[in-house]
Design a binder for this molecule. Structure first.
Ligand code: HEC
Length: 380
């Protein structure tokens, strides 16, 4: 036959007749055998020799691939490209990688399930199965049972297929022409798709806008909307300038963040550390030092921190004689004002934390240059 056909449908009057015909038609090897029935028929999958869907396997493989991808990515970031110790964990801590591995596993698996089903198994963009446009479809959805021999190649012989179906007991046969594949990358298709997306955005945007405008809050909660209050970025009749948002009164200071009149570094030399050298103060100083200084100046304050290795800056070696001779006030000054490449730490350290870390730097300096007398046990 010259014209291409999608399949030949043979109609049967009872499920038994259909089941008996299946092995006979399959034996002819003329094409793929498919059955269309108004309701599920027990045992028909086995009779047709249908395999289980490959989707589960695809999802498994892609899920594992997702986990490996996430692990590789995290390992590369944390252990190779930017090995910064956080929270005292080793650079390669697989336990900490698990949440992201889990997320990426789910991501890969769900995308595989969705797209694999739609595009690979359900053959999008082919909308509508060709059998749906057959003459027999009204019978198939009611009280008749169809067996189809579907073309596997251009060599499909629809006359032979029709004969085979009749010999197997079909009361009627219908040849289905090959469907026209819906043209996919045409300008018409693309325009309509983009237009559809645009229309959906406009409609949902308007719906959100008017939905929240007209039905903002249900009656019992209205007072939240109605109470007098200042909204960020909104006008307000309460203040003279009409702005809802006001600048803080000049000179306002956040609690605990008193700016210090340090003057120049030389002038700051006379400042005296107001904190006593107690265990609590050193504990606080240690904490601040580990969180704020150690990346650059190193755990021993010798200027070799993990960040130094990564970006090659030159933080001061605080063990140098120059800095051991510094008065407390000059170290304090550097923390508050910053120095050259070192940024000011004033914005996020309270005054107490600044002085505590000065004590701690002193302790580090003394620990690295301990003398015999330092080892003497001091009587309580
Ligand atoms: C971003 C990296 C970085 C951090 C974090 C950092 N520093 Fe520095 N620090 C530097 C660099 C770089 C210098 C050298 C500046 C120069 O003299 O050019 C320096 C210099 C210093 C000096 C010497 C200042 C002087 O007078 O020469 C002191 C003291 C100091 N830092 C203390 C600290 C303390 C205490 C902390 C934590 C609160 C800290 N630094 C955090 C990079 C850093």
């Amino acid at each position: 036959m010259s014209e291409t056909s999608y399949a030949v449908l043979g109609m049967f009057d009872s499920p038994d007749a259909l089941m008996q015909a299946i092995p006979k038609v399959r034996a002819t090897n003329l094409g793929t055998v498919e059955a269309y029935t108004p309701y599920p028929i027990h045992g028909i999958e086995e009779a047709l020799g249908l395999r289980r869907s490959p989707l589960g396997g695809m999802v498994l493989v892609m899920g594992i691939l997702g986990a490996i991808t996430a692990f590789g990515f995290e390992y590369w970031i944390s252990a190779i490209d930017y090995p910064i110790i956080t929270g005292g964990k080793a650079a390669n801590s697989w336990e900490a990688f698990i949440p992201i591995m889990f997320e990426v596993t789910v991501l890969f698996a769900t995308f595989t399930a969705g797209l694999g089903m739609l595009l690979l198994l359900n053959k999008l963009p082919l909308f509508g199965h060709p059998v749906l446009s057959s003459k027999s479809i009204t019978g198939i959805t009611r009280d008749r049972y169809a067996l189809a021999l579907e073309a596997e190649s251009d060599a499909f012989d629809s006359a032979a297929a029709a004969r085979a179906l009749q010999e197997a007991g079909a009361v009627e046969v219908e040849v289905l022409p090959a469907p026209e594949r819906s043209p996919f990358l045409t300008s018409d298709f693309i325009l309509r798709t983009l237009g559809g997306i645009f229309a959906a955005c406009v409609v949902s945007g308007l719906a959100m806008f008017f939905g929240t405008k007209w039905f903002p809050l249900l009656p019992p909660m209205r007072h939240i909307e109605d109470q007098p209050r200042l909204n960020a970025q909104k006008a307000s009749a309460f203040f003279k300038d009409g702005h809802g948002m006001q600048l803080p009164v000049p000179g306002t200071v956040a609690r605990g963040y008193l700016p210090t009149a340090t003057g120049t570094q030389e002038q700051a030399a006379s400042l005296v550390n107001p904190l006593p050298r107690t265990k609590e103060v050193f504990t606080l100083g240690h904490k601040v030092y580990s969180n704020r200084c150690e990346v650059c100046h190193g755990a021993l304050a010798n200027g070799v921190g993990s960040l130094t290795a990564a970006y090659g800056g030159k933080p001061a070696n605080l063990q140098a004689q120059q800095f051991r001779d510094y008065p407390d006030g000059e170290i304090y000054w550097a923390i508050v004002n910053g120095k050259n490449a070192m940024p000011s730490h004033a914005p996020y350290l309270t005054d107490q934390e600044r002085w505590a870390v000065v004590h701690y730097v002193r302790a580090l300096q003394r620990a690295q240059n301990a003398k015999d007398e330092d080892l003497k046990v001091v009587a309580p």
